[in-house]
Design a protein around this ligand. Structure first.
Ligand code: PGA
Length: 251
């Protein structure tokens, strides 16, 4: 089975509205001919509506960086899946390490959000990854397994097919310290095995597993060449048209 490569840009809490629209415009122009790679950008929630509108007739999808699991009601400050869909969002990043470690999201939180996203029709991009101390203690595989099991609890086989997983070693995010292609491949391989054990081979082969953590236009090609790396979740290097376009083209 051929998995399509999926490159997503995580803009985090960067860029102004004007800069977001400028970036979207540049990407729309420069990626217009790209058909065999899926591409999405994930602006801050407050800008998703305008960015999605500006990318309406393009091959670039729009994702949010978070969502709340409840559909509606008294949840001050939160945004629902329906609200995201309403303004043209198709993907949502869940369980990003910054949300797990700075905002204290647990696997249970990520699981509720994953189930809500799937029920709504959004495609969840669920992040997993170990801290440096966990890698040094030799517990990477265990940490990733627990995050996988917790985040995907009660996800049906049909829904699992629609999920994207991002392996993002926390020590590589925003640090310029990228995992070697072999380090990435090793964890991606073990994630694919976890999917296979729970859902079978066919589904394991269809789920896209992105690598994230200091991906840039120089290292992307080598990482993406690994058999179990099906894409990239790009932070810093997705904030400039030129570098993000180069990453997409290297895929
Ligand atoms: P980075 O961020 O590419 O800046 O390391 C990746 C991410 O956090 O998704």
């Amino acid at each position: 089975m051929v998995r399509r490569i999926f490159i997503a840009g995580n803009w985090k809490m960067n860029l102004t509205l004007a800069a977001s629209l400028e970036l979207a415009k540049g990407l729309k122009e420069q990626l217009a001919g790209i058909r065999d790679v899926d591409v999405a950008v994930c602006p801050p929630s407050i800008y998703v509506q305008q960015v999605a509108a500006s990318l309406k007739d393009s091959n670039i999808g729009v994702g949010a960086q978070n969502v709340y699991h409840q559909a509606k009601g008294a949840f001050t400050g939160e945004i629902s899946t329906g609200m995201l869909l309403d303004v043209g969002v198709r993907y949502v990043i869940l369980g990003h390490s910054e949300r797990r470690h700075i905002l204290h999201e647990t696997n249970e939180d990520v699981n509720l959000k994953t189930l809500a996203a799937l029920a709504s029709g959004l495609t969840p991009i669920v992040c997993v990854g170990e801290l440096l101390s966990e890698r040094e203690a030799g517990t990477t595989e265990m940490v990733v397994r627990e995050q996988f099991e917790g985040s995907f609890a009660n996800v049906s086989a049909d829904d699992m097919k629609r999920c994207v997983i991002a392996y993002e070693p926390v020590w590589a995010i925003g640090t310029g310290k990228v995992a070697t292609p072999d380090q990435a491949e090793e964890v991606h391989f073990s994630i694919r095995n976890l999917i296979e054990k729970k859902y079978g081979k066919e589904i394991a082969e269809s789920v896209r597993i992105q690598y994230g953590g200091s991906v840039n236009d120089e290292n992307a090609k080598e990482i993406l060449a690994k058999p179990n790396v099906d894409g990239a979740l790009v932070g810093g290097a997705s904030l400039k048209v030129e570098s993000f376009v180069k990453i997409v083209k290297s895929a």
